[in-house]
Design a protein around this ligand. Sequence first.
Ligand code: ADP
Ligand code: MG
Length: 335
Amino acid sequence: MKRIYIPLILLMLLLFVSCKPEEPLVKQDFALATVVKITLRDHATEELMDQLFARLREIEERMSMVKKESDVYKLNHAQGEALQVHEDTYYVLQKAKEYFELTGGYFDPTLGSVVELWKIGTEEAAIPSSEELEKALTHVDGRQIELLDNLQVRIPQGAVLDLGAIAKGYAADEMAKIAKEEGVTSAIFDLGGNVLTLGDKEGKKFRIGIQEPFSEILRGSPFAILLLSNQTVVTSGDYERFFEEDGKRYHHILDFRTGYPVENELASVSIITDSSIRADALSTAVYAMGREKGKAFIESQENLEAIFVTRNKKVSVTTGLSESFILEDSSYHQE
Ligand code: ADP
Ligand code: MG
């Protein structure tokens, strides 16, 4: 009897160990002006993790407004001359122009001249004079970006590119692409308010928290949960970066018509789709459009879902989310 049981127990133990899911590998670092956290749930190696962060840094090095070696910095200082850029930058500029057209300018990658005046997110943030704003606005128009042959790009003198509302989405897509190629079937890429899920969690959708717009704690205080698999959720809101003066909040999403921070009833907008670059550009644009215009825009597009949160805590979600959106905070009212 004994002789039979011991090998049997060993076999069962072996089976149990081999069936046990891999420990997820998690790494967190600061990049693209935000905290980036990657969770790999299978095929996870330190080497792959390093490769993913290296790709992230590469994109940052090419698209930063402040790093002197970046394509964006060079274009902003090229005095109207054409320059050859990396294909990453060329691709993101192509997409940026596409979203500029699609949103009627609510997403505008040439708002840099205005962004530079406000300095929101820095110690020197202050309200610019109306003359300064007016002058800066003359350089704002996405159509000015000329995409030429051989990866050459030209912007007019005075125009300033800012890819801050789209680069994180691109980085998330690119990291997920690499992970997928390396065999990963389950992962989360979290770049601040920009989350991309690859696959699912042992057959169940990932539970992704949506940031509470009025919370003092910026990360990790969700008011709702979204069930996602192979999808991205990108949130834009007035709480990410702002300063206050005379009791008024000046935040980082700007109106291309006035150069002032957008003022409407929205506290945040989350966009859900399968491409993170698209979700990133459109979350900024739809936030800037406001609730009514934003909703009509979402409905006019294929494969695009959204969560709207107003300042008086009204929540509405598009029909495609009815099964996957779970409101957790009872101080909110879902319409
Ligand atoms: P976050 O950076 O908080 O994720 P967004 O993706 O909405 O938020 O991007 C906001 C950033 O994009 C701003 O900090 C600014 O650099 C730039 N920006 C501001 N307003 C616009 C706009 N209307 N269109 C495109 N870019 C914008
Ligand atoms: Mg954005």
